[in-house]
Design a protein around this ligand. Structure first.
Ligand code: BGC
Length: 950
């Protein structure tokens, strides 16, 4: 007995220790942790106006097969209230649900300016409760029109240089002193402008947004931004300051020929400011400082500032201390009350433009005496920071370009009407540092003239900026060129997701071309969290839609009179919302956009009512005839526009059917599906012969007059036609197979190089996978011959080019074409990159929202020995990494908590698959079936390593 007790006593500590370890193992390390919480896709957003904002969270766990079975959300007016559970705005209670995204706030009605602090906890599959998440928050904006007490104010300025043929007025500086008495609880600044603004309080800049409040159709809606300025205020005297730029409202925007005669002032003549500072004191008192006629204004050192043309700064005109309370503004003028806009004031729903990188020069050359060219090693959008020493009135001129001429001089011909020139006039007081405002350029090179001293690497720094969208992907492989191609796509996306998805960042264009956006949309969604950015742009798309149904070729459309639409471009109004829905299961986007989409489909259905599809020469009313077609393709003859128009229409019908069903509109869903089936049947009957070949009546196009490059003639038999039919899954199996053979044959005849233009390029590689020829897709994507993406990399591309032949060693920048239309930073052809994720790494979603994931890598022609793809989905990180060593295939996957995945492991029928180095644990991993050369397994969350012989 005694002995036993003693031994028990001695054993007890180790027993407890073991117990602790196993507890830790099961309960703590394998529990679920809530990692991130977001509201309307944003991190702690300020000033939102959705009355029932949507909350989402991402979880992680070291365990496997972890699921959420219930959640609880608490929302309170302050952090303390949340802790003490007093003043709760919402307590959802424990709700049995596996939903972890897009959960609508369902508490007390939220008021203007309301602060909302929230936290979440969840229960796992065994009803084990998690810890509370970190506290997140959001604040509400000004929800009612009456909340706005501010008035639109402005100050008209003259041009600094009357000899300049461009009209470039000086930027107005506006100020308002005021005083604060009492302990401040919170102070919020609500601010917007017609044009762009930069605000400061007591000399300190507010926020780091650039070009705010961004671009919208200001006649229909104007967005305001909200900033928390509680820490900026002083007791006693304070001063608010604002600088205005012409921006998209009054400055130069878009291609010169579209905006004749003045090329500027597309929405209004002069910029204006509207702002309201709301101060809440600890004692409950409130005070509001607004923009009104009491503000003072002056010209200042920013002598011009224009999006396309550049910015000029004369440091000798600095108004030292202008935005502080002690400044003497006696000589300042009064502001005037600006006419403002009829547009609705709404909270900014997107991702503001912000800086994200700084680039050091990789070389400095001097092609001519006194002309220095800085190479930043990367093409991007942003501006340069200048650091310079010199004498008073020395003038430094910065010009920007994407490429160099063979003699080392800056190539600027492709900028067309965009002057892209910044000027700085020194005050001559030691080291001076300057960054331009209210402009941006697309460039890799900066030419600097006017320097007195030899520059060094610190003279110029590249500041890269764009919409602050969370970037969530990574891709690497055993092919360095392919890796660079992916980097090029990322840089191109970041350069062009500038408030709206633009085509280019450098020339006088920078418009939200719908064709480019739809083709690149899935690639973009793999790379970044676009829920907020896209929702903002869809409002632009609706605002630019024509009353009779079509979506405009670009959105926003700053030319109210312009009627311009094109098949393949306008379907972006359906396809981009559809893709966004698929990635995030965001039904709000579908609902908000639904009436507009219905109107668009009605137009298409009406237009095609005679034949149910588009026979040859159906689009003579648009400009150019037929629309833009397979723009910038490399085929001898044009792909008949009507084939593409029909298939894009059909794909839109199919997408509409699915979106209608998802929001409970069953009748509509059936209607679109029936219309789709009828259309496809008639289309096949007309355009495809029994061998699955596209045949057209060429005579229907006459001499091609009115069509873009119509003299080349027309055909139905191109890579893009077959790739589109296969990718949109329009053909029945037998025809699909036959069409596939034509595609393969056409590729063979073209040395396995692409000939597609921007309407077909996205489809090409996945279509080859779909017909079991990913080997060919690999060959194409890994090519370095002309025309290919690898060719671009070989010739120094660090972003995606607009054209296959933007540059060739034989023809340089291709003569006249360069000055007409040539961009080295254009994402449309970057649409190949969705293939890297959807096919190479094989990350897909079975349903909407990556809840049921598919990992199905295509190994292609086995020319890659490894591929790593990673995508940060709305449910968390999904990883697919594979390698082939001799005949061993290894696939590492990571599946987020609360999701399941079907993993396709390449393995022939009789071969075995291992997991984690041993036999498959069938409790955790279910074998689904053998499908062709794959074994399919179903897994829950966690990390797995599959190995097979191939
Ligand atoms: C743009 C394109 C656009 C095209 C339409 C070009 O100027 O840069 O990307 O889709 O026009 O034809």
């Amino acid at each position: 007995m005694q002995i036993q007790t003693t031994s028990l006593k001695t054993l007890l500590p180790s027993f407890i220790f073991l117990l602790l370890i196993s507890c830790t193992d099961t309960d703590l390390t394998k529990g679920i942790i809530i990692d991130t919480v977001t509201v309307e896709y944003l991190d702690n957003p300020l000033g939102i106006d959705n009355p029932t904002p949507r909350i989402s969270w991402v979880m992680s766990s070291k365990g496997k097969n972890k699921k959420q079975s219930a959640y609880r959300i608490k929302v309170a007016t302050s952090e303390e209230a949340l802790e003490k559970e007093s003043g709760l705005l919402w307590d959802s209670g424990k709700l049995i649900s596996d939903q972890n995204s897009q959960i609508r706030y369902a508490g007390t009605l939220l008021k203007s300016g309301q602060s909302c602090y929230f936290k979440i906890k969840i229960w796992d599959e065994n009803d084990v409760e998690s810890d509370w998440s970190e506290t997140g928050f959001w604040t509400m904006g000004l929800l009612n029109e009456q909340d706005w007490k501010a008035k639109w104010i402005g100050f008209k300025t003259e041009d600094n240089d009357p000899k300049d043929p461009l009209h470039l007025p000086a930027a107005p500086y506006l100020r308002k002193p005021f005083s604060v008495q009492g302990k401040i609880k919170r102070a919020s600044l609500y601010v917007t402008s017609l044009g762009v603004f930069e605000m400061s309080l007591n000399g300190k800049r507010i926020g780091d947004d650039l070009l705010a409040p961004g671009w919208s159709d200001y006649n229909k809606r104007i967005y305001y931004k909200t900033y928390d300025v509680s820490d900026h205020l002083d007791q006693g005297k304070n001063a608010l300051g604002g600088i205005l730029g012409d921006g998209w409202y009054a400055g130069y925007v878009g291609p010169k020929e579209l905006s004749n005669p003045r090329n500027r002032e597309l929405y209004g003549l002069h910029p204006a400011l509207l702002c309201q500072l709301e101060i809440e004191y600890e004692d409950g008192k409130k005070e509001t400082i607004v923009s009104d006629e009491s503000w003072k204004a002056s010209k200042g050192p920013l002598v011009y500032a224009d999006l396309l043309m550049g910015a000029g700064y004369n440091a000798n005109l600095e108004l030292t201390g202008w935005n502080t309370s002690d400044y003497d503004d006696q000589n300042w003028a009064n502001v005037y009350l600006h006419e403002g806009t009829e547009g609705m004031l709404q909270a900014y729903p997107g991702n503001s433009i912000q800086p994200y990188d700084e680039l050091e020069p990789v070389e400095i050359n001097q092609p001519k005496k006194g002309i220095y060219v800085f190479n930043l090693g990367q093409n991007f959008a942003g501006h340069a920071r200048l650091k310079v020493r010199g004498d008073k009135n020395d003038t430094i001129v910065l010009r920007y370009g994407e490429r160099l001429h063979p003699d080392g001089s800056l190539m600027t011909e492709n900028l067309r009407f965009a002057r892209a020139t910044d000027t700085y006039i020194l005050k001559g007081e030691g080291m001076e540092e300057w960054e331009p405002k209210f402009t941006y350029h697309g460039f890799q090179y900066v030419e600097v003239t006017g320097l007195k001293n030899k520059p060094d690497k610190n003279t110029i720094t590249g500041i890269a900026f764009g919409s602050s969208i969370p970037m969530v992907s990574s891709f690497t492989s055993s092919d360095e060129t392919l890796n660079r191609m992916f980097e090029n796509v990322i840089w191109t996306q970041r350069s062009n997701f500038m408030e709206v998805p633009t085509d280019s960042p450098q020339r006088d264009e920078r418009l939200g071309w719908l064709g480019d956006v739809q083709i690149f949309s899935k690639s973009a969604l793999y790379n970044a969290t676009l829920g907020a950015f896209n929702a903002k742009w869809f409002a632009d798309v609706r605002d630019a839609q024509y009353d009779f149904g079509p979506y405009s070729t670009f959105a926003p459309r700053p030319y109210p009179e312009l009627v311009w639409y094109s098949p393949g471009w306008m379907e972006a109004g359906i396809m981009v919302p559809y893709n966004t829905y698929k990635f995030y299961k965001d039904t709000k986007i579908v609902k908000d956009h639904y009436d507009s989409m219905t109107q668009f489909m009605d137009y298409h259905i009406e237009k095609s009512k005679e034949h149910k599809f588009y026979p040859e020469n159906s689009w003579t009313e648009v400009n150019p005839k037929g629309g833009f077609g397979d723009w910038l393709s490399m085929t001898d003859k044009n792909l008949a526009h009507d084939i593409m128009a029909s298939m894009y229409y059909q794909y839109a019908l199919k997408s509409m059917a699915e979106m209608s069903a998802t929001i409970g509109k069953k009748e509509k869903a059936d209607y679109y599906l029936t219309t789709y089936n009828t259309s496809v049947a008639a289309f096949i009957d007309h355009y495809l012969d029994g061998n699955g070949k596209f045949i057209i009546d060429e005579t229907a196009y006459g001499d091609g007059a009115g069509y873009f490059e119509g003299e080349k003639g027309f055909t139905g038999h191109t890579q893009s036609a077959y790739a589109t039919a296969i990718y949109f899954d329009i053909l029945p199996d037998d025809l699909k197979e036959k069409a596939g053979k034509h595609l393969v044959k056409l590729l063979e005849e073209n040395n396995n190089l692409p000939s597609s233009g921007i309407l077909g390029i996205r489809q090409l590689l996945p279509a080859l996978s779909a017909i079991g020829r990913s080997d060919l897709a690999y060959q194409i994507v890994l090519k370095k011959d002309y025309p290919s993406w690898g060719f671009q990399v070989k010739h120094g591309a660090t972003t995606i080019w607009e054209r296959w032949n933007s540059y060739t060693p034989e023809n340089g920048f291709n003569g006249e074409m360069n000055a007409k239309m040539n961009s080295f930073n254009h994402y449309a052809f970057g649409a190949f990159s969705q293939f890297l994720f959807s096919d190479m790494a094989g990350i897909n979603t079975e349903d909407a929202g990556f809840k049921h994931i598919i990992i199905r890598p295509e190994l292609g022609d086995r020319s890659l020995s490894n591929v790593h793809g990673e995508y940060g989905s709305i449910n968390g990180k999904i990883v697919s990494t594979w390698s082939v060593k001799e005949s061993t295939f290894t696939l590492d996957v990571e599946i987020p908590v609360n999701t399941r995945a079907k993993v396709y492991v390449p393995s022939l029928e009789d071969n075995t698959v291992l997991e984690g180095g041993g036999t498959i644990n069938s409790e955790l991993i279910q074998f689904v079936k053998q499908k062709g050369a794959y074994k399919i397994y179903e897994v829950g969350s966690g990390s797995y390593r599959f190995q097979s012989r191939i």
